[in-house]
Each structure stands twice: as structure tokens, then as C-alpha cells.
Design a protein around this ligand. Structure first.
Ligand SMILES: Cc1cc2nc3c(=O)[nH]c(=O)nc-3n(C[C@H](O)[C@H](O)[C@H](O)COP(=O)(O)OP(=O)(O)OC[C@H]3O[C@@H](n4cnc5c(N)ncnc54)[C@H](O)[C@@H]3O)c2cc1C
Length: 520
């Protein structure tokens, strides 16, 4: 079955600008920065248009609990429209921003319905960051990252699917591969993921299988750095490592991942020795790369970007030379501030305040000052580490604090209530309320990438035939597509994933068609 999208219509003006003569604020992104900025403008004499690529606000810190079956996606990702339904001066537009013209002061976004152009008087860019594979994007095929609901659901399918397939396997070596889980990156996300997979293996699933002993599963946490949670300082870092080992996680540091495929990962250790870990389920929790919108802003304004693609902003979070454009959250670089939710939330509120002050004719505030409320990471049930000012805590008290803070910042009373219920199910008892996985969750991303590459290749071919210069986008995607079909990935990986995690006989028309494609 082919995926059909309506033919793109010519650019239409945003539905919002026709109606308002008030100061127009456009906010890009519905994450922590974008949502907090929009809400802070609730009483300002402005019209806010929030444009986001997703229709939800994502509470990323609990994404790993969606991946491991503790919480449902709805609990960590409420619809932005619902969150803002009472804010009359805010309009939500679904669309992926492809272009920001800071001289013409307009934002172009695309959706399956076409292209929309939204003019602004003030702009807040809070487009966040994506996963970085440090130049090895091909790893993503076999080691999904953890940045979106799609990622979390794909990982949920792969994690629970691996236990199922281990139960079915007749071959002891293959069974071990299915029961070996590798998490790359020992920052908070990697530590939390490894801890949760270990709890699944040692506690939740212990009695569910008949042929395999899930407590024999190997959970390996890898990092090229010499410490886990290095930003928490030596004491908490060591405490976290000890606790991980206590719950059965193998922590392997100074181990640089140099290869990832369907059957395992290749590593180079500090002494230069290369080795391989055989594993069917890999999770990538290392590295971030800022939204490409940062590069666009930098090119137009002359601002610098750092190695992660973040825009170096003025002390008042504005873009150099453009005081009407604020860049906040994970997309901004200022004073080595970390990429955490509090920086984005406080940045959003600060930008909103500056816009209000200008409209009232007041002088600007002091430069943005980040108030560090501390950082926390859970390691296992009843165990977390917390660093708040000079106070360092590890253990149960830190875990209770983690619980309270996360409930407090979740959006909506209903979500808080159901989250606490699901935590009770998982932490006091041994259940997981969200173990359902589907084959689509596991293969859809790979299949879509394949289709997109195919489409781009076709477009480039057609453009070549009629003698027009192929568009740079078509050339780039076609090259990626070619690389994919030449490597062992592409169609092969869709087949392997379908065969591995899906029901063979329920193969889709699309995978069958792809198998017959001439370049496979
Ligand atoms: C798995 C994980 C765990 C984390 N845990 C913690 C934690 O425990 N504590 C903590 O403080 N921080 C944590 N963080 C970091 C924290 O979530 C981020 O710092 C924070 O979300 C940054 O907010 P933001 O608004 O800048 O970006 P985001 O929250 O990422 O939001 C970006 C928004 O922009 C939208 N967008 C992106 N590109 C476009 C485009 N081209 N067009 C339209 N919309 C676009 C996205 O759809 C999204 O709505 C974690 C992050 C992850 C991924």
C-alpha cells in the first residue's frame, strides 16, 4: 500500500495573521522552551502562534519509561492544543519549519496540507536538538536513539521483542544474543535505560517465560568516557556506577563504539584493542545535535554555532543583530549552560518577559541568569542520585525527590494521577502497564527511510531525464539512498527486522514490493 500525501499547495499565509493587528509572536517548538514561553505570554497584548512539528508537548525526561513499559505515551506527551485550550491569544499550528527569513520576518512551515508562511514581529526559536551519532548515522538503523515518542515505542518493541525471541530460539548462541542488551552512552538517559532494562530482566519478567531465565540477561552500559554521569561529580558518579553493578548492569567505560549492525557492536578499548559484543538489541543514548534551524539562523545573522550546532546568542538570548529573534533551550549556546529542561523553561519565560517589557516601553531586563535547581537521575527502583547546590545525595531520599520533581512538572492533573498509579504498579509491585508492542513500531522507521530514499532517487532521475539540474535535496537524499542500497542495510534491514520481530506471514505489501525492487 503506497503512502499518499496530498499534493503540496502553493504557500498560503498563516491563518493567524489575517485576523490580528496585535504584536505577533511566533514560537517554534512545543517542547519545554516553546511551551513555557507561550504560557508566559498568556496575559500579554500579543497574538502567539506556536508552530511545531509534533502535535504534543513531550516530557523527554520520562521517555525511557515509555520505552520500558512503565508509562503510556499519552502520559508524557499531552496534546499541545489541549494544554493551551484556555489561552485565547495562542494558536497552535502543526508544521515543520523549513525556513526562517529573519530579514523579511517570516517563517515557512510545511505539513501534508502544503506550505504555510507566518509573519512575525517577535520570534522565539525553541526547536531543540536531535540525536547525534557522531558522523555515523548508519548506526541508527540498529541502535535507535531516544528523542521522540516514535523512538521510545520502537525501543519498547525491540526490548520486549528480544525477550520473546530469546524464548523461541533453539540455538543457545542466538538466544544469548537476544538476551544481551547494549546501551551506548552513560549520561542520565543511558543510565536510566540500562537500569530499567535490568529491572525488567531481574524483576518484572522473571516469572513470565518458560524456556529462558530472564535473570541471565546481560545488560551492558558502554561509554567512551571514563565515568558514568560525569557531570554529577566523582562521588555521585562512583555511587551511580556501584548501584548499576549491584542491579546487574555491566558498566564498560573507556569503550568507544566503532561499529553497529544487526548482530552486535564493535568497540575499541582504551588500550586500542578492538572487540565485539554480540547483541540484537542496542540503544543509542549518546550525543546530541542541534536543530538544523540553528545553522540557518547563524548563516543569515553571522552568529557563530558551536560543535553541536547550537547558536551562540547574546546575553539576553537574542540573535546577534536581531533583537526581535530569541533562541532558547537546547538550540542556544550561552555560558556553557547545559541542555536541560530548566534552561529551556527559564529561557522561555525570560524571552516572553522581554517582549512584554518592550511593548510597555520599559528598558530591557538584566541579562539572562540561569537559576540552577540541581540535577537528578534514577538508577533503579528506590535509588537515584541528586546534586542540588553543594548537596549530593545518592539512594532512597534522592529517589523520592526525583519522584516529587517529575510529578510536579508533568503537565495536567489527569497525567499526574495516572502516572503515580503506574509507578505504584511498577515500583511497589512488579508489573508494567504498557507492554503492548506492534510490528509497525519496530519496522516503520526503517521502511519509511527506505521509501524516502527511493522517492528522492526517482526524483533525481526524472530531473536528470528532463535535463534540469537536480535539486540539492534530491541529490543528497538520492546519495543517501544509494549508499543504503549498496550497504547491507536498506531493504535488507527491513527484511531482517520484519523477520526478526514481526510475523513472517503477515508481511506487508510494501515490504514485498521493496524486496522486488530492482536495486535490492
Ligand atoms: C531522553 C531524554 C531525557 C532527558 N532527561 C532530562 C532530565 O532528566 N532533566 C532535564 O532537565 N533534562 C532532560 N533532558 C533534556 C531536556 O528534555 C531538554 O533540555 C529540553 O527538552 C529542551 O527543551 P527545548 O524546548 O529546547 O527542546 P525540546 O523540548 O526538544 O523541543 C523542541 C520542539 O521543537 C520542535 N521542532 C523541532 N524542529 C522543528 C522544526 N523544524 N519545525 C517545527 N518544530 C520543530 C519539536 O517538535 C519540539 O516540539 C532529557 C532529554 C532527553 C532526550
Amino acid at each position: 500500500m503506497a503512502v499518499e500525501t496530498p499534493a503540496p499547495s502553493p504557500a498560503t499565509p498563516s491563518p493567524v495573521d489575517r485576523e490580528s493587528s496585535r504584536h505577533r509572536v511566533v514560537v517554534i517548538g512545543s517542547g519545554f522552551g516553546g511551551l513555557w514561553a507561550t504560557q508566559a505570554l498568556a496575559k500579554a497584548p500579543v497574538e502567539v502562534t506556536m508552530i511545531s512539528g509534533t502535535s504534543h508537548h513531550l516530557f523527554q525526561p520520562l521517555l525511557y519509561q515509555v520505552a520500558t513499559g512503565v508509562l503510556s505515551e499519552g502520559e508524557v506527551a499531552p496534546a499541545t492544543r489541549e494544554v493551551l485550550k484556555r489561552q485565547k491569544n495562542a494558536t497552535v499550528l502543526l508544521g515543520r519549519v523549513t525556513d526562517i527569513d529573519i530579514n523579511a520576518k517570516r517563517v515557512t512551515s510545511v505539513s501534508p496540507m502544503g506550505t504555510t508562511v507566518t509573519p512575525y514581529d517577535s520570534l522565539i526559536v525553541a526547536a531543540g536538538a536531535g540525536q547525534s551519532y557522531f558522523g555515523n548515522d548508519q548506526f541508527s538503523e540498529w541502535a535507535p536513539g531516544m528523542k521522540s515518542i516514535d523512538d521510545a515505542l520502537e525501543l519498547r518493541g525491540r526490548i520486549f521483542g528480544s525477550f520473546e525471541l530469546a524464548e523461541l530460539s533453539e540455538d543457545p548462541e542466538e538466544r544469548d544474543e537476544w538476551l544481551t542488551f547494549v546501551v551506548v552512552g552513560a549520561g542520565p538517559t543511558g543510565v536510566e535505560m540500562a537500569g530499567q532494562i535490568s529491572e525488567l530482566a531481574h524483576r518484572t519478567l522473571r516469572r513470565d517465560f518458560r524456556r529462558i531465565d530472564t535473570t541471565k540477561a546481560k545488560i551492558i552500559l558502554l561509554d567512551a568516557a571514563p565515568a558514568v554521569l560525569p557531570t554529577f561529580g566523582d562521588k555521585l558518579s562512583s555511587a551511580a556506577k556501584r548501584q548499576l553493578e549491584n542491579i546487574g548492569v555491566d558498566v564498560e567505560l573507556n569503550a568507544k563504539v566503532v561499529g553497529v549492525d544487526n548482530y552486535g557492536v564493535d568497540i575499541i578499548d582504551a588500550d586500542g584493542n578492538q572487540r565485539r559484543i554480540r547483541s540484537r538489541c542496542k540503544v543509542w543514548a549518546a550525543g546530541v545535535s542541534a536543530s538544523p534551524l540553528g545553522k540557518q539562523l547563524a548563516e543569515q545573522s553571522g552568529a557563530e554555532i558551536d560543535r553541536a550546532g547550537r547558536v551562540m546568542v547574546n546575553p539576553d538570548l537574542t540573535l546577534p543583530g536581531h533583537s526581535e529573534v530569541f533562541v532558547i533551550g537546547d538550540l542556544m549556546a550561552l555560558d556553557k549552560l547545559p541542555g536541560v529542561a530548566q534552561v529551556a523553561m527559564q529561557g522561555g519565560k525570560y524571552a516572553a518577559r522581554q517582549i512584554e517589557r518592550r511593548l510597555r516601553g520599559e528598558p530591557p531586563d538584566e541579562p539572562f541568569k540561569y537559576f540552577d535547581k540541581g540535577s537528578m537521575a534514577t538508577i533503579s527502583r528506590f535509588h537515584a542520585v541528586a546534586s542540588i547546590g553543594k548537596i549530593n545525595l545518592a539512594g532512597f531520599v534522592a529517589w523520592l525527590m526525583w519522584l516529587a520533581v517529575h510529578v510536579m512538572y508533568l503537565i495536567g492533573f489527569k497525567n499526574r494521577l495516572t502516572t503515580m498509579l503506574h509507578w505504584a504498579v511498577s515500583f511497589i509491585f512488579r508489573g508494567r502497564s504498557q507492554r503492548t508492542t506492534t510490528r509497525q513500531q519496530i519496522v516503520a522507521r526503517t521502511l519509511m527511510a527506505r521509501l524516502e530514499a527511493e522517492q528522492a532517487q526517482k526524483q533525481a532521475q526524472q530531473e536528470e531525464e528532463v535535463g534540469t539540474e537536480p535539486s540539492p535535496a534530491a541529490v543528497g537524499s538520492a546519495a543517501a539512498g544509494e549508499a543504503k542500497s549498496q550497504s547491507k542495510s536498506g531493504t535488507d534491514s527491513v527484511d531482517q527486522l520484519t523477520a526478526a520481530y514481526g510475523e513472517k506471514e503477515a508481511e506487508t505489501d510494501e515490504t514485498a514490493r521493496l524486496k522486488e525492487a530492482p536495486d535490492s
